[in-house]
Design a protein around this ligand. Structure first.
Ligand code: BTN
Length: 273
């Protein structure tokens, strides 16, 4: 792994003062993996890792996050909570809301959220978030791994299994990467402060107002099982409320599947083994 001598991202002094450190890598396996390595070797506190490219970028549910140089923003913000964290699910929704706020302030309009924490624009995925946790007796460190598509080459788009978009297409020009990172991290830090004070409640209505699937029939995949129902948004813990034929279910893990197609019989087949 290499650390860049000349940082690509110019962050304001005001922002860097809120963090213990900011490290920038020209290339790394994964900013989340590096953050976990640092925590395991005794590091603590709130810090930020940024990479120009990742050789082993990680997505949710064991997927690969393609991370070629300059095609995306790849960052991990580590935040230390003084208590045991039991609300990882609602925190992941807060992270998605934070990225949404940042996109809006950078002039990207019309973004919706897909439970639990994807950002969608024009029905295509713009950004994804991978949360990881390291608990110890002194503190709980949450790793907020955020990937935002900046400028995906055709070959990269074609190799991703769902429709994707990027900031260059949405803004019709190259986005200011430093501004985007600044706004994302500022917004996340502000919202984490609020979450520590008041929990998920202040965020719930905002999340539901941006829910791409609110009131829609969806198919939800959890492990090998699929459930069909109407999405009623999230509850006070961040669980997805699914109205099924047998009653209201609270879903705590899984993925809306497949990403953007309406529920139908074809999708209800058991996955092939
Ligand atoms: C998803 O599957 O939607 C989550 C993608 C998260 C990707 C980011 S890029 C920065 C950080 N480092 C990783 O290896 N993954 C996250």
């Amino acid at each position: 792994m290499t650390q860049s001598a000349i940082p690509d991202y110019r962050l304001s002094a005001e922002l860097t003062q809120r963090l213990m450190s900011v490290q920038q890598f020209t290339e790394i396996d994964s900013t989340n993996v590096e953050a976990m390595r640092q925590l395991q070797s005794g590091r603590s506190g709130c810090f930020l890792l940024l990479a120009h490219s990742q050789t082993a970028g990680r997505g949710r549910r064991g997927k690969v996050w393609q991370s070629p140089a300059g095609a995306g923003i790849y960052l991990t913000l580590v935040w230390a909570f003084p208590v045991t964290i039991t609300q990882l699910q609602s925190l992941s929704l807060v992270a998605a809301l934070s990225v949404h706020e940042a996109m809006q302030s950078c002039g990207v309009a019309g973004i919706k959220l897909k439970w639990p924490n994807d950002l969608m624009a024009r029905k295509c995925k713009l950004a994804g978030i991978l949360l990881e946790l390291k608990q110890s007796s002194e503190a709980s460190h949450v790793l907020f791994g955020i990937g935002i598509n900046l400028n995906l080459a055709r070959a990269v788009r074609d190799s991703i299994e769902q429709p994707v978009t990027d900031l260059s297409s949405l803004l019709q020009g190259a986005p200011d990467k430093s501004l985007v990172v600044t706004r994302v991290v500022e917004s996340l830090l502000d919202n984490l402060d609020e979450f520590e004070r008041s929990g998920f409640e202040p965020f719930r209505a905002r999340w539901n107002a941006l829910d791409f699937y609110l009131g829609e029939d969806i198919v939800l995949q959890t492990g090998d099982r699929r459930k069909i129902g109407k999405s009623l948004g999230v509850d006070e813990t961040g669980a997805l409320l699914l109205q099924t034929t047998t009653g209201l279910e609270k879903i705590n893990g899984g993925e809306i599947f497949p990403s953007l197609y309406p529920a139908n019989h074809e999708l209800l087949r058991e996955p092939e083994r």
